[in-house]
Design a protein around this ligand. Structure first.
Ligand code: SAM
Length: 222
């Protein structure tokens, strides 16, 4: 990772530990020559800098989807609420201005494209094959499931599905990203290739862009 962009990533507001960010950067470098990389869950652009740095080095485009109104845990009274992201006259959260300033300061506006909207709205209209999907959006089960079933189908064969906040031990964190990980493995469409911290990297070994991915309602996260 180029030193100038690593400094921007370190300074950016967000939730991506550096070792996990460097893993994102490395796998994005591998995949970008094969098509765009798509992130769900932009927030203020910290993880997008790791991905965008890869695009600056090898070419290609990173698309990052977020409604910028925050997840449950970002709302007032919750663990990850940040009052500096609340818009005074509406009281709503808006991470888009901070994201824009962060990506502009890093010099990555050509590489990182913001898609502003609800994940299901955008994925329902999406038709473009992607080489990598990074799921780091809403962590409630309905959102994690929708992000997986809405975006993983657009992976090309050999594309990478990267999931953040996967915690096999319930004492470490919520179940939905872990459930997505289990569903992907159980489907037989994906094989695990790497794990670091709470990041899991899986490769699509069956199906190609446009083929749905199954969801087994009887499979739950222990
Ligand atoms: C954990 S944060 C992303 C952190 C970011 N990847 C980083 O490393 O800094 C999750 C983001 O997902 C967004 N989000 C939650 N549910 C969403 C949905 N249904 N559609 C679009 N964005 C959503 C929230 O607005 C929030 O910014």
């Amino acid at each position: 990772m180029p030193a100038d962009l690593l400094a921007h990533a370190r300074a950016a507001k967000g939730f991506m530990p550096e070792d996990e960010g460097l893993l994102l950067h490395r796998v994005a470098r591998e995949r970008l020559p094969h098509g765009p990389v798509l992130e769900i869950g932009t927030y203020c652009g910290k993880s997008a800098i790791y991905l965008g740095a890869a695009a600056r080095e090898v070419g290609g485009t990173v698309l990052t989807v977020d409604h910028h109104r925050g997840s449950e845990e970002n709302q007032a009274g919750w663990e990850h609420h940040d009052t500096s992201l609340v818009v005074d006259d509406t009281g709503l959260m808006d991470s888009l201005p901070t994201f824009r300033a962060t990506i502009a300061a890093a010099g990555l506006e050509e590489q990182v494209v913001a898609v502003v909207g609800r994940s299901t709205t955008v994925s329902g209209l999406w038709r473009t094959p992607v080489s990598m999907v990074f799921i780091d959006g809403g962590h409630a089960e309905v959102h994690a499931r929708n992000d997986y079933t809405g975006w993983a189908p657009w992976l090309v064969t050999g594309g990478l599905l990267v999931i953040h906040d996967v915690f096999p031990d319930p004492a470490d964190g919520g179940r939905p990203p872990y459930l997505v990980f289990l569903q992907a493995l159980a489907s037989g469409d994906f094989e695990e290739v790497e794990a670091l911290g709470s990041v899991r990297v899986l490769r699509r070994v069956r199906g190609t862009a446009g083929d749905p991915v199954p969801w087994d309602p009887s499979l739950t996260a222990p």
